[in-house]
Design a protein around this ligand. Structure first.
Ligand code: PMP
Length: 439
């Protein structure tokens, strides 16, 4: 009898009802989990995920060490929930200068756990069931999933490539919005548009004309702009990063999102921020308050010191922001040359850590399989890491399900890497090319 009652107790205790909340339906698979694992298992050279393999600048590391082991032991305790006061103060000063506007550190700036949490706060704070959010393809994949998790409907509009002239290499600037197509996506249901300039994965830096087109539509349809500017300092060839919030009518409806990870080459610190009008930020504070509430104090203190240093050196040759973009431009050029030499045609990026390359000429190595759901570039990238030890990310990962197969012959490389890493990638590509010529 005792065994029997124990067994029935056990069966009762085991849950049979579905445990997953409806909002997670369809968003439980994520390509990063798979590709990060593949890179860890097989890669000898990892140009996949977007992080530098070189250290952050000494002044930043020193600021962290000082914050950690200095006399102010209160830096080990909670600080202000919406941002450590020294950090929000310097961010308000810095962005106030960039935007030519007086910013209140307490109401116009909020610190987050990386730009990722800033994005999450935006979608949770602004998107209701039934709201539409316009996303420009290719896009950082979490936008789609975060919109869905908030109950909204993502509406996609692609950047369309135009063939470059005179046999030149394609540039990320050749990928453009069709103005009529973009306008057709705005409706009464549109709550927000997500802008990511400089863009991950293409490296496109939106021009003033393109930003004005988006801004005019936002104003006309009374739409918010979530402006992900994490690569704001990483622009090349003298290009200018223009902040959409600085355009007519846009400050009031834009949240700017930034990342100390990308700004100071310290992605593991996970310090990010939002800048915008209080009427928008007050709602981000509500989400932040009821989810994460607070970010690591020591990291915020060090980032505040980093910004203070950069504020004093703004635009000068010894500014880290100036130096980093120069160094990355050189790394971009190396990778462009390596890929071009083997016929994996690069699309020259105007900004970011990333470069997208055309794999069409390598299709004989990884033949197409008809009638499979997996886009060609995904199988190619998996094959490449397993057989060549080189990790990259398929471009189709940055498109919605319906559009993945329209752009399935490109892969994305991250070039924010040490010279030795880029050289090792070049060696793999050269050897591969030779094998193709004389198998
Ligand atoms: N936005 C974009 C476009 C990114 O590429 C990334 C990081 N890959 C993030 C946001 C997230 O930044 P963080 O690491 O600061 O959370």
């Amino acid at each position: 009898l005792r065994t029997h009652s124990l067994l029935s107790l056990f069966l009762q205790a085991k849950m049979s009802r579905p445990v997953q909340a409806r909002r997670l339906e369809g968003i439980d698979k994520n390509i990063w989990v798979e590709f990060v694992k593949l890179a860890a298992t097989y890669s000898t050279v990892n140009l996949g995920q977007g992080f530098p393999d070189f250290p952050p600048p000494d002044f930043l590391k020193e600021a962290f060490v000082k914050a950690l082991s200095g006399e102010n032991h209160m830096l080990h305790q909670y600080t202000r929930a919406f941002g450590h006061p020294p950090l929000v103060k310097i961010l308000a000063q810095f962005f106030g200068k960039l935007l030519a506007r007086d910013l209140d550190p307490m109401t116009n700036v909020m610190v987050t756990v990386g730009a990722y949490q800033a994005l999450f706060c935006c979608f949770q704070a602004f998107v209701d069931e039934g709201d539409e959010v316009i996303i420009i393809e290719p896009f950082f994949d979490c936008y789609e999933l975060m919109v869905k998790m908030a109950g909204g409907t993502p509406v996609f509009v692609p950047l369309r490539p135009k063939a470059p002239k005179d046999g030149k290499l394609m540039s990320s600037a050749d990928w453009q919005l069709d103005p009529a197509e973009l306008a057709s996506k705005f409706s009464k249901r549109t709550k927000a548009i997500v802008l990511n300039s400089p863009n991950n994965p293409l490296g496109k830096v939106f021009s003033r004309g393109e930003l004005e087109l988006i801004a005019d539509l936002c104003v006309k349809h009374d739409v918010l702009c979530i402006s992900d500017e994490v690569y704001e300092w990483l622009v090349y060839d003298g290009k200018e990063h223009i902040r959409i919030a600085s355009l007519q009518g846009m400050w009031d409806r834009t949240v700017i999102i930034g990342s100390a990870g990308k700004t100071f080459s310290a992605t593991g610190w996970k310090v990010g921020w939002t800048v915008g009008p209080n009427r928008l930020l007050q709602h981000l504070r509500t989400v932040h308050q009821n989810s994460v509430y607070h970010c690591a104090t020591v990291a915020q203190e060090a980032v505040a010191q980093g910004f203070q240093r950069e504020f004093e050196r703004y635009g000068k040759p010894d500014s880290y922001f100036v130096q980093l973009s120069k160094e990355l431009q050189q790394k971009r050029d190396w990778l462009v040359q390596s890929l071009d030499a083997v016929g994996m045609k690069p699309i020259v990026p105007e900004g970011t850590y990333f470069l997208v390359a055309d794999i069409s000429e390598f299709k004989s190595d990884v033949p197409d399989v008809p009638n499979t759901d997996e886009p060609y570039d995904t199988r190619f990238a998996k094959w490449m890491v397993k057989n060549k030890g080189l990790a990259a990310i398929p471009l189709s990962a940055f498109y919605c399900g319906a559009h993945k197969n329209n752009y399935n012959h490109f892969i994305r490389f991250c070039f924010a890497k040490e010279e030795a890493t880029l050289k090792a990638a070049n060696d793999i590509l050269q050897k591969w090319k030779l094998e193709k010529i004389s198998p």
